[in-house]
Design a protein around this ligand. Structure first.
Ligand code: APR
Length: 171
């Protein structure tokens, strides 16, 4: 499995699956979530509403992942995952690791060979980006060592601090 770092917009990535930093409602939001729905178009929200009407009636739990169409995005699928909100009193690292592990599992099950991740939880959910980068890169490396069939994982970083934080981990 190859890990690639890209400075840019995740909605423009030519990969099989794009991971969305969603919330448990699956009904959209700001940041990555807003960009994916805005650029991907209404088909994504319609698919998310179907999920809410079916298996995910109570919403998607933190740390879990589920796929929908990517609508008008250059990708084939969006894998929605809900990152943990950072807490100083509770260590939620395992939930952030689970977002990456579960997103890769769902993408691999679909036959995706390339997957783009944003820096999950480091925006609205206030996770320190250095620590998020450590967890993200370590979890993806572990998945690769465990035989995950995804060939390329691309971390798409929106700003220089995030890019530097991931570059420090990916060496
Ligand atoms: N491409 C790549 N990265 C992006 C983009 C984009 N188009 N837009 C924002 N980012 C970066 C942010 O700079 C941040 O580093 O993605 C990272 C994650 O930020 P958020 O999108 O705020 O995600 P998160 O912190 O996981 O919070 C999720 O925010 O948008 C709402 O509905 C969402 O409630 C959920 C919460």
């Amino acid at each position: 499995m190859e890990i690639v770092l890209v400075r840019g917009d995740i909605t423009e990535q030519q990969v099989d699956a794009v991971v969305n930093a969603a919330n448990s409602s699956l009904l959209g939001g700001g940041g990555v979530d807003g960009a994916i729905h805005r650029k991907g178009g209404p088909q994504i929200l319609a698919a998310c509403r179907d999920l809410r009407a079916g298996h995910y009636g109570k919403g998607l739990p933190t740390g879990r992942a589920v796929a929908t169409t990517a609508g008008r995005l250059p990708a084939r699928w969006v894998v929605h995952t809900v990152g943990p909100v950072h807490s100083r009193s509770e260590d939620r690292s395992e939930l952030l690791a689970s977002c990456h592990r579960e997103s890769l599992r769902v993408a691999a099950e679909l036959g995706a060979r390339s997957v783009a991740f944003p820096a999950i939880s480091t925006g609205v959910y206030r996770w320190p980006v250095e620590d998020a980068a450590r967890i993200a890169v370590q979890t993806v490396r572990e998945a690769g060592a465990s035989g995950c069939s995804v060939e390329e994982v691309r971390f798409v970083l929106f700003d220089a601090p995030a890019y530097e934080a991931f570059a420090a981990q990916a060496v």
